[in-house]
Design a protein around this ligand. Structure first.
Ligand code: GDP
Ligand code: CA
Length: 327
C-alpha cells in the first residue's frame, strides 16, 4: 500500500498519475482540510473535492478545480441579489450539490471521513481518500496590507486577495489545544496507513499552504518522519517557480529559498528522497547536501503520458529505497 500526503491540484494530478501505473486500490490519500471553509452555511472542502473530482474524471481541466461542464446558475442569482460581496467565491451548480450533501451529512452527525468515503463511493473511486482530520483545522494567513499585518481566513487570502499580498505567517489553527478545544486528531486510519505503508509520497503540493498543515496535524508529521527512508517527495517548485499559485512567493516571504534546495531543507526530516525536475539537475548536489537523495526526472504532468512517466519515476524511486508497492 502507498500513502500520499496531498493538497489540491498538484496532489490530484500526482494521484491520477500513480493510479495509471499501479493499482489504485493500493493507494491511500491523506488530504489537507486546512482550506475548508463554510460559505452560505455550506461546508466546502476544496482540496478533498479537487482530489475526488480529478480521480473521478470530473475535474474542469481548464481551472484544475470545480466540475467539468459546470453551470453557474446559482452564482448568477446570488450575484444579482447581493453582488460580489456575497458572490466572491465561485461555487458551480454541480459543485454545490457536493457541498449540500457534505453539509447535510455532517449535520446528521456523520464525520468528515465518513462523508468523504460516501462522496468517493458515488464516483466509484478505488483510491482511498481520507481527510487529514475529522476535527476542524483552519489555516489562517497573516498578510501585510496597507502597512499593517492582517490575519485572514485561507480563502479570504487565496481567493479574496488572489494570493497576491505578502505573507507574514501561515498558522494552521486547531492543531494545538486551545482553551475549550482539544488539539485536532488525525482522522481514523491515517496514522495506521502511514505506519503500515510500503511507501509514502509527499505530493508536489504547496509546501507551506497544503502539505504543512497536514504534517502539523495529529502526529501525522511524526508518523511520516518515522517512515523517512520509505518516503519520496516530489518538488512542486521547478526552476525556482511554482507551475501555478503562490508556492514560490510564499516560500520566499517566509524566509525559505524558493527552489528545490529550499524544498529539500523543508522535507529532509520527513523524506529520504526528493524528486526534482530535469530543469533543476544542476542543483542536485545542493539537494544532497541538504540531506536528501536527489532523483532528477521530468516532473511536469502536462498530459497522461507525462503523468504516467512521473508515476513510474516515483515507483522506481520508492523501489530504489526498498519501499515500492508489492507488485
Ligand atoms: P491547491 O491546493 O489546489 O492550490 O494545489 P496544491 O497545493 O496541491 O498544488 C499546488 C502546487 O502544485 C503548485 O506549487 C504547482 O507548482 C504544483 N504542481 C501542479 N502541477 C504540477 C506538476 O505537473 N508537476 C509538479 N512537479 N508540480 C505541479
Ligand atoms: Ca488547497
Amino acid at each position: 500500500m502507498l500513502v500520499a500526503i496531498a493538497g489540491g491540484v498538484g496532489a490530484a494530478r500526482m494521484l491520477a498519475a500513480l493510479s495509471s501505473v499501479t493499482d489504485p486500490a493500493g493507494i491511500t490519500a491523506v488530504v489537507n482540510t486546512g482550506d475548508d471553509t463554510v460559505l452560505h452555511g455550506l461546508h466546502v472542502s476544496p482540496d478533498l473535492d479537487t482530489v475526488v473530482y480529478t480521480l473521478a474524471g470530473q475535474i474542469n481541466p481548464e481551472t484544475g478545480w470545480g466540475r467539468v461542464g459546470e453551470t453557474w446558475g446559482a452564482m448568477a442569482d446570488l450575484r444579482a441579489y447581493g453582488g460580489d460581496r456575497l458572490a466572491w467565491f465561485n461555487l458551480g451548480d454541480h459543485d454545490l450539490g457536493t457541498h449540500m450533501f457534505r453539509t447535510s451529512r455532517l449535520a446528521e452527525g456523520a464525520t468528515l471521513s465518513q462523508v468523504t468515503a460516501e462522496i468517493a463511493a458515488r464516483w466509484g473511486l478505488r483510491v482511498t481518500v481520507l481527510p487529514m482530520s475529522d476535527d476542524r483545522v483552519e489555516t489562517r494567513v497573516t498578510v501585510e496590507e496597507g502597512g499593517a499585518s492582517v490575519e485572514l481566513g485561507f480563502q479570504e487570502y487565496f481567493v479574496g486577495r488572489r494570493h497576491s499580498v505578502p505573507v507574514l505567517a501561515v498558522t494552521p489553527r486547531g492543531v494545538t489545544a486551545e482553551p475549550g478545544r482539544r488539539a485536532a486528531a488525525a482522522a481514523p486510519g491515517v496514522l495506521d496507513a502511514i505506519g503500515q505503508a510500503d511507501g509514502v509520497i509527499i505530493c508536489p503540493s504547496n509546501p507551506i499552504l497544503s502539505i504543512g498543515p497536514v504534517l502539523a496535524t495529529g502526529g501525522i508529521g511524526d508518523a511520516v518522519a518515522r517512515r523517512r527512508d520509505a518516503t519520496v517527495a516530489v518538488s512542486p517548485i521547478i526552476a525556482g517557480r511554482a507551475l501555478k499559485g503562490p508556492a514560490d512567493t510564499i516560500l520566499a516571504d517566509l524566509g525559505h529559498e524558493a527552489s528545490v534546495v529550499g524544498v529539500a531543507r523543508m522535507w529532509a526530516p520527513y523524506a529520504a528522497t526528493l524528486l526534482v525536475d530535469t530543469a533543476d539537475a544542476g542543483r542536485a548536489g545542493e539537494v544532497e547536501a541538504a540531506g536528501m537523495r536527489c532523483v532528477v526526472a521530468p516532473t511536469i504532468m502536462s498530459g497522461p503520458q507525462e503523468a504516467a512517466g512521473l508515476g513510474r519515476t516515483v515507483l522506481d524511486a520508492l523501489e530504489a529505497a526498498g519501499a515500492g508497492p508489492r507488485r
